[in-house]
Design a protein around this ligand. Sequence first.
Ligand code: C5P
Length: 316
Amino acid sequence: MRSYSLIAPAKINLYLEILGDRSDGYHELAMILQSIDLADQIDIHANSTEAITIHCDHHQVPTDQSNLAYRAAALMAKEFPDVFNNFGGVDIRITKRIPVAAGLAGGSTNAAAVLVGIDLLWDLGLTKSELEELSAKLGSDVPFCISGGTVIATGRGEKLSPLPSIDNVHLVLAKYTSLEVSTPWAYKTYRQVFGSSYIRDTEDLLARAHAVHSEEIVKAVLNQDAVKISQKMHNDLEKVVLPAYPKVLALRDLFSSQAEVLGTMMSGSGPSVFGIVESKEQGEIVKEKIRAAIPDDDLELFVTKTIKNGIQISQK
Ligand code: C5P
């Protein structure tokens, strides 16, 4: 086949704990990552030239080599030079629905879709773990995005330990279009403020990462208990992002004050905020209430739900 169309879902963080520093400059993390049904579409087409091209008409998405989807294709060309020479480059069209620079892994899931798509286009037959290993070279969230679902992620975020998926839990997601939070900035600021309390000892770091498996929120996931999950959510990065972005703090407070919202949290490094609700109907009510309280066109609002998968092939 010469072209594939892939669905690339966003993720939210139900849990994000920063444990300490790593020698590669990143942070040791313990997270629970969750796929949601808000997704981009990636159409990938073999073009029989040497070029990799990106097409996207969303003004916040670069179409040059800085796009992670481009870098994913370039990585495949570098890793499999003979196959690349045989099949040639690819045209990648991104239909963007996931808010950009939002803490929702939008760029990472696009890159994951490109890896899966090229694996299919070039008949490589890579295993899931081979794809995950390759994808870790592109970014910490990319390995998760390949298979998605509900996962405990440790290390940089690339060590994945699947949990039973909690699909069909509804949530309302909000993001100011023009507000972008730089992930490197969020982690750097966190290190400046909280670095002195980082776990330094390697054994202690491993022990803490392992201990996450017995956190209350993991028990709640195992019990498929949406109410308890909502109560036990946590994100360390809120401690630096919320004080620096008063609009995000106000949005989070607004979510918290809605009777229908079971729990609210910023996702990843933000600035998207989500609130878990009992049903799609409750989600629509909350969306209307948030819209009425903040009648600002810049605020994007979605009613969405958790899903149990990552990248999916949508058609030929
Ligand atoms: O891996 P990714 O490119 O998504 O990470 C973006 C930035 O977030 C990194 O450059 C780093 O500053 C920070 N980060 C971190 N520790 C992690 C993941 C990300 O410090 N485990």
